[in-house]
Design a protein around this ligand. Structure first.
Ligand code: ATP
Length: 246
């Protein structure tokens, strides 16, 4: 089954992830279904933070995936697949440098152009189903400065049709997902090659305390491996570590 079949469109939703999860619970959607909203009134980021988008200008979508066999402790593979797919599409459309900010935001230079929020349903040791929410700033151009955001329009000087963008995202995701399921290697390397701030000292918050750290790699559980100032190298999950607000 191909990602993007069917595409279910709504005018206004609280969030595409919420509706996708509801439809999934009712068995009304299968692998590959995409939920799309013209307007999202309560879009979410990590830790319940909000994701803002301009109705009709930006892409707000959630994809339903049913992994054949994805171990719960390796679920971050999905985050890598999704971030690489979005980064690949953004790279097609803008000239700036595209990077993935761990765990799965996409930046152009240092500005955020897309956010990804994944909710997995785990049964036993396996991921039974997954909802991959993506917000891509397409044609918005008036971001509050505090957002440190940009859009395809701002970066390329050209409007992008949301239907075209959606098609690119579905195809990129489908290709990368099938490659992953087929056991192709290279996912981890590709992800880490595109990691924002890799090898550079960055301001981080470890257990809410500011520290300087140098991102080195991401392990198979999705934890960021950082070198801290004392020279110690350790892996931390999102529960303990994040980039300090910019
Ligand atoms: P940050 O990027 O600020 O370190 P984060 O990685 O935790 O935060 P997410 O949870 O992925 O961020 O996304 C939510 C945050 O993204 C919000 O708190 C807001 O700062 C920012 N944001 C919200 N809407 C947008 C948007 N359309 N474009 C870019 N950034 C946004």
């Amino acid at each position: 089954m191909t990602i993007g079949h069917p595409i279910i469109k709504f005018d206004t939703l609280e969030s595409t992830n919420k509706t996708a999860a509801e439809l999934l619970n009712l068995s009304k959607v299968q692998h590959g279904a995409v939920i799309l909203a013209h307007e999202q009134t309560a879009g979410r980021g990590q830790r319940g933070r909000s994701w803002l988008s301009e109705p009709g200008a930006d892409l707000m979508m959630s994809v339903v995936l049913k992994p054949a066999r994805l171990r719960a402790d390796e679920q971050f593979a999905l985050g890598k697949v999704a971030a690489l797919a979005v980064a690949e599409v953004v790279r097609l459309l803008v000239p700036g440098e595209v990077r993935i900010k761990w765990p799965n935001d996409v930046l152009v230079d240092r500005l955020k152009i897309a956010g990804i929020l994944i909710k997995n349903e785990v049964v036993g040791e396996l991921v039974h189903s997954s909802v991959v929410g993506m917000g891509i700033n397409a044609n918005s151009h008036d971001f509050p400065e505090a957002l440190v955001a940009t859009s395809i329009l701002l970066e390329s000087g050209r409007k992008v049709e949301l239907a075209v963008l959606l098609d690119h995202v579905c195809k990129a995701l489908d290709r990368r997902w099938k490659a992953y399921e087929a056991g192709e290697s290279g996912l981890a390397e590709e992800y880490v090659d595109q990691l924002w701030a890799r090898g550079r000292w960055a301001e981080l918050l470890l257990d809410d305390r500011p520290v300087m750290g140098r991102p080195v790699d991401v392990d198979r559980h999705g934890r960021l491996i950082v070198e801290l100032e004392g020279g110690e190298v350790a892996a931390y999950g999102l529960d303990r570590l994040r980039f300090a607000p910019r």
